[in-house]
Design a protein around this ligand. Structure first.
Ligand code: ADP
Ligand code: MG
Length: 677
């Protein structure tokens, strides 16, 4: 029966079948894995243990007649008195006056609803005649269309009888034994028809492990395959030249920078292709690490590319690389605003191998750019997972080493989940002498004080960013806002302070010019939309003011804040916000309390959930049915360790107990998509 269509179930007609399909249920067996998304526990509690406004279940005897009031067109409110122990409780039912005949004096009832401690009153949501069986657990299912949870429950009950005995164990015995997990058949039954809270807990535990273990096996599989099938070039370069180069820098690399650089150079030298994520908080100094890696790559006789999300950033990187490598290397910029003859010449030189390092936006790997021998590509500030980029590289027939850099630190819990097939290096210390940015959260009503503060900082020789209110989905309004704020500031600040304006509609020449002026302190105050969000580096700026801060995500606020605090002077971030919700307030509070990007992103993740955090499509996150990667992260780590062991000992192929798992993995579409061979 397991593989039969749901239509073999007598009560399932075409319409029901269609609705089931929307829940991804087509076969009888699928029903078994449509687990409840929550459970109602009808556990009768004594009144003294119920808190005010708690949803609780009580039991008692009806001791009055029901009193019904009608109001509106079809609405009704019915009350009656229930004796619970020695207390007379008022039960209130909305729009259920038809119960009147059932709730007769002397009837025993079990009621679930919201308890009002002061009025001794319960607003009933669910009722049952008679005594509730203790610990009766009701599964509640996701539904679609006109399907109800109750219908689904019945269908599942059918499926359990018809197909449960066809379910075979998937996990090798020793996992069940070591982790004390119930057998698969029993666990499925308990998920749908729990015999007790205790058994339900173990059934869930089993599926949490099963899901996470299979997921980690897939990740390890991808990692393993991609290693084996992806021979890269073992690049050779003279490390002494790199050391010389480093010793000529105006600063010493931090230990952390040194360590990640070693990881990267090791990958370049190894005969496998690098697929590494470099994460480091805003301002931790990723750029110089990237530059040295690019240098090593050039020394090995290859071209390198640095890809960034915005033109401003591309221009900035181009400049700093040109400065760093003055006469040694040829660095060029390719963005959509490089056009005509200049562009053609550039592309020709690139193809002829005359350009060592090409800096640019996404166009870099999507357009008709042809490298002579691309050896390394670095993708900066790519907040998201890099599957897409790897795909488009592969589609172009390019197999360079790839390094992703991000300042949106991926919380540990997530990184071990998503990045199973990527190596990760982390810069976890800041360059010496940095003072943490002081963050304040204020209401816009004291904006005058903020103006005076900016004035004071500017008079001390520093500079300020003002980030304008963000209006989602409307670039036009964003710009309008920026223009308004710009005019406002011109009135409020003394004339000797030069104010600049930056937004997405400026041509890249104009942007470039504004940025140049700001970098040279010809402009002291820069009013901007979020186009300066990532990467921009003007160490003399010490003030970051953000309007409507509650509209930004924490990661974004942290990025913006990261534009200051890049030099030796104390810097400040001022959040103008008047959040209405508790979480909104909490978020502003967290911003003032921590400067640590990891803490912030953990927080973001908790509030918004993994889907939102990464953007649903790009995340590559599987939808777990039972497991929750945040709450179950211990299980996730255990599963990962086990998966690593399995791959290391080649158990999927050697041990027949793993055969079923292997089949499952081999046939998974994610595997086909992400194995790059
Ligand atoms: P991010 O990691 O945010 O991209 P950057 O690479 O832009 O950070 O570096 C921020 C600033 O810190 C730059 O001005 C850079 O020159 C400087 N910097 C980088 N490494 C060090 C170091 N080891 N010591 C002092 N300053 C450093
Ligand atoms: Mg950067």
């Amino acid at each position: 029966m397991f593989h039969e269509s749901v239509t073999v179930i007598p009560s399932v007609g075409e319409k029901t079948a269609e609705q089931l399909k929307m829940l991804n249920i087509t076969k009888v067996g699928d029903l078994l894995f449509h687990f409840p998304f929550r459970y109602d526990f009808f556990e009768v509690k004594p009144l003294s243990e119920i808190e005010h406004e708690e949803i609780a279940t009580i039991q008692g005897e009806v001791i009055s007649d029901c009193h019904v009031q009608f109001y509106g067109r079809k609405k009704s409110r019915m009350t009656c008195t229930i004796q619970v122990g020695v207390v007379a409780v008022k039960a209130v039912f909305f729009n259920q006056h038809f119960l009147k005949d059932k709730l007769t004096r002397g009837a025993i009832v079990t009621l679930t609803g919201k308890w009002d401690m002061h009025r001794l009153q319960i607003t009933v949501q669910k009722w049952q005649l008679g005594e509730a069986e203790n610990e009766k657990i009701q599964p509640i299912y996701h539904t679609r269309g006109s399907l109800t949870s109750t219908t689904i429950k019945k269908l599942i009950s059918y499926a359990l009888k018809a197909a449960l005995d066809e379910i075979e164990e998937l996990l090798p015995k020793h996992y069940l034994h070591n982790y004390k997990l119930p057998h698969r058949q029993m666990a499925i039954k308990e998920m749908h028809q729990p015999s007790s809270k205790f058994m339900l807990k173990h059934a869930k535990r089993r599926f949490i492990f099963e899901e996470l273990f299979i997921f980690q096996l897939k990740m390890q599989w991808i990692r393993h395959k991609n290693r084996k099938h992806q021979p890269g070039l073992a690049k050779q370069f003279d490390e002494k030249i790199l050391l010389d180069f480093q010793s000529n820098l105006p600063f010493q690399l931090t230990n952390s920078q040194q360590k990640v650089l070693e990881d990267i150079l090791f990958d370049l030298k190894s005969p496998y292709r690098m697929n590494r994520l470099l994460q480091g908080d805003v301002g931790s100094g990723k750029t110089i690490v990237a530059a040295i890696a690019l240098y090593a790559n050039t020394l090995s006789g290859h071209q390198g590319a640095l890809m960034v999300p915005t033109e401003i950033l591309a221009e900035q990187h181009e400049k700093s690389l040109k400065q760093l490598f003055s006469n040694h290397l040829r660095v060029e910029l390719l963005t959509s605003s490089v056009k005509g003859k200049k562009r053609n010449e550039l592309l020709q030189d690139l193809e002829a191998g005359k350009i060592d390092i090409l800096v640019g936006t996404h166009a870099l790997i999507q357009n008709d750019t042809i490298f002579k021998n691309l050896g390394l590509i670095i993708i900066d500030e790519q907040h998201r997972f890099g599957v897409e980029q790897r795909k488009s590289l592969r589609d172009k027939g390019l197999n360079p080493d790839v390094l992703f850099m991000t300042a949106t630190p991926i919380p540990r819990t997530l990184s071990i989940t998503m990045l199973g097939d990527m190596d990760v290096s982390t810069i976890d210390e800041m360059p010496e002498g940095r003072q943490p940015v002081k963050t304040y959260w204020v209401k816009e009503s004291i904006i005058d004080r903020v103006y005076r503060f900016i004035e004071k900082e500017v008079d001390n020789g520093h500079q300020a960013y003002i980030i304008c209110p963000l209006i989602e989905e409307s670039e036009k309004l964003d710009i309008q806002n920026a223009v308004d704020v710009y005019h406002q500031l011109q009135q409020e600040l003394p004339e000797h302070i030069q104010i600049g304006l930056m937004h997405g509609r400026l041509s890249s020449q104009e942007k470039d010019e504004v940025m140049r002026q700001f970098a040279n302190n010809e402009i002291q105050v820069l009013v901007s939309t979020t186009v300066v969000e990532v990467g921009v580096n003007v160490p003399n700026a010490t003030v970051m003011v953000i309007y409507d801060a509650e509209r930004f995500g924490l990661a974004q606020l942290h990025q913006l804040r990261g534009r200051v605090g890049r030099g030796d002077a104390q810097s400040y971030c001022i959040l103008l916000a008047d959040p209405k919700s508790e979480t909104g307030k909490e978020r502003m509070q967290v911003m003032t309390e921590t400067n640590d990007g990891f803490t912030l992103s953990e927080h973001d993740l908790k509030i918004r959930g993994p889907g939102d955090f990464f953007g649903k499509k790009q995340s590559g996150l599987p939808e777990f049915k039972v497991a929750n990667i945040i709450e179950d992260y211990r299980a996730l780590e255990v599963a990962r360790k086990d998966a690593v062991e399995v791959m290391k000992n080649n158990l999927l192929f050697k041990d027949p107990e793993y055969a079923r798992l292997r089949q499952l993995i081999e046939n998974d579409p994610i595997i086909q998509e992400r194995v790059f061979d």
